[in-house]
Design a protein around this ligand. Structure first.
Ligand code: NDP
Length: 491
């Protein structure tokens, strides 16, 4: 086990060994076990939810005014800032991601807590137009205990995106990080714990999704689940939530189109396309994994892209020069490789990549080369299914209608990129594409102020933005009679 990593999880305010099975975290660089932790079992989940409920109902938390609650969020942000480099390195160790990316994720997590601390003070109750001699109001209250279930690709940013607004709204949180990457979430748990929140308000419960995650979703004391992960899991969680009539937010997968028109600035476009698919080694829900290029410039753009993709620097995450780091796990790399092999069988031409890199430095790592495919119809598996690796499939389009039909011919609707100098065309196309986020002449840029989420099978609900807090609240209407007159019916 890596030095300094202790076999303890946070259950209802207490750091202790989990009662669940051993969860191993392996280095994506060489496969060695870097941590082995006992995860949470259903009894741990029950204890965490009960403690969360008690903490959320305690006037010491529930009675705080927004500006008082905000102070805790600021303290958490300060804690993240103070441990920033350690958090980035830990996340690189666990996920394999490049250190530049994990530093950015830590900064984003810090910013998320600061933003929701500030946003919390802008949340207003409303006085609604009355239809009688009474005053009508709409108010928002905490839900109680929120379950937060996150994936392995950007743990600290996904965790913060759920914990910050949920705490801002006055809830307790039970967090379940992914089995492959529990370390940074546990470290974040220690920072939040140290910020002096009432004990029990946050639990961090690693463990297998089908055990720990499922126990959280089904627990009667959990009033909402906020989930980020794959569409199949999201569907299962949605079904379980329906049985409880429990609200859920689901941030799911994607197969996002990026579109190149003939008038696009080539340099800007190539940089954006490379970043859109190959940063995070393509392990990003918003990866621009389907490239549509206008037929008149298709060859020129795709050939230039292949040239650049071949010279991307593939290496270990802790080397600041690395652009494409190993994938999160060897098993995941093998899944990506198998999908590319199936693409070959479907008739794809592999323009670059399509294999693990060769050489001693890469032998033990979960590496896969940046890969560009072409020659497939849009209904091929490779063009329809999320690969979640450094694999781009290129397709030509003839005109705007053809483009929109192909781009929207997908069960997903998460993101889209449009590359053109013609802003009228961009505005038109952006409104016609089924996607929760559309980037125009840029890609994968994020602001915590701007709502994020998917359409279609990419999910329901929105995170971020001022309204993000309302996603963790229950709405209540209040009627205040202003006269002393009895209701006429009873007279
Ligand atoms: P999974 O859906 O397998 O896992 C996500 C989380 O859910 C993990 O913590 C997992 O636990 C847990 N889980 C698994 N099964 C259950 C269950 N039955 N009940 C409750 N929890 C469960 O996704 P991946 O790990 O494969 O993550 C990659 C996916 O996440 C991609 O499809 C990607 O598109 C999506 N994603 C979406 C984002 C968005 O905002 N739209 C952002 C980032 C990723 P464990 O791993 O321990 O089994």
């Amino acid at each position: 086990m890596a030095e300094g990593i202790v076999d303890e999880i946070l259950v209802g305010g207490v750091w202790r060994r989990g009662a669940g099975p051993l969860v191993e975290s392996r280095s994506p660089v060489d496969g060695r076990v870097i941590a082995a932790l006992h995860g949470a079992d259903a009894a741990d989940v029950d204890e965490a939810v009960r403690a969360g409920k008690a903490a959320a109902e305690d006037p010491a938390w529930r009675g705080l005014l927004p500006h008082q609650r905000a102070k805790f969020l600021v303290r958490i942000a300060d804690g993240i800032a103070a441990a920033a480099e350690e958090l980035a390195r830990l996340q690189t160790l666990d996920t394999g991601k490049s250190i530049n990316e994990t530093r950015a994720l830590v900064a984003s997590a810090e910013g998320t807590f600061r933003y929701f601390a500030a946003a919390l003070e802008t949340v207003e109750e409303s006085v609604t137009p009355s239809r009688g001699t009474y005053l009508t109001m709409s108010v928002h209250e905490p839900i109680g205990v929120v379950g937060a279930i996150t994936p392995w690709n950007s743990p600290i940013a996904s965790d913060a995106q759920k914990i910050a607004p949920a705490l801002a709204a006055g809830n307790a949180v039970v967090l379940k990080p992914a089995e492959w990457t529990p370390l940074v979430s546990l470290r974040l748990g220690r920072i939040i714990h140290a910020a002096g929140l009432p004990a029990g308000l946050l639990s961090v419960l690693p463990g297998p999704g089908t055990v720990t995650g499922d126990a959280i979703v089904r627990h009667p004391g959990v009033g909402k689940v906020s989930f980020t992960g794959g569409t199949a899991t999201g569907r299962a969680i949605g079904a379980a939530a329906a049985q409880k009539i429990m609200p859920v937010s689901l941030e799911l997968g994607g197969k996002s189109p990026t579109i190149v028109f003939p008038d696009a600035d080539l340099e800007q476009t190539l940089a954006g396309l490379l970043f859109g698919i190959f940063s995070s080694s393509g392990q990003s829900c918003i990866a621009g994994s389907r490239l549509f290029v206008h037929a008149s410039v298709y060859r020129e753009v795709v050939d230039a892209l292949v040239d650049r993709a071949r010279s991307l620097r593939v290496g270990p995450g802790d080397d600041p020069a690395t652009q494409v780091a190993p994938l999160v796990a060897h098993a995941h790399r093998d899944k990506v490789a198998a999908m590319v092999d199936r693409a070959r069988k479907e008739g794809a031409k592999v323009l670059c990549g399509g294999a693990a890199p060769e050489g001693e430095a890469y032998e033990k790592g979960a590496y896969y080369l940046p890969t560009i495919l072409e020659g497939l119809p849009n209904d091929a598996e490779t063009c329809q299914e999320e690969i979640f690796g450094p694999v781009l499939v290129a397709l030509p389009f003839e005109d705007e209608d053809d483009l929109v039909a192909q781009a929207n011919d997908s069960v997903y609707g998460l993101a889209c990129g449009i590359w053109t100098r013609d802003y009228r065309k961009a505005a038109r196309v952006a409104r016609r594409i089924d996607a929760g986020t559309v980037w125009i002449n840029t890609y994968k840029q994020f602001s915590v102020t701007t709502p994020f989420g998917g359409m279609k099978e990419s999910g329901i609900g929105r995170e971020k933005g001022r309204e993000g807090i309302f996603g963790y609240m229950r709405q209540k209407s209040l009627y205040w009679e202003l006269t002393e007159a009895p209701l006429p019916w009873a007279l």
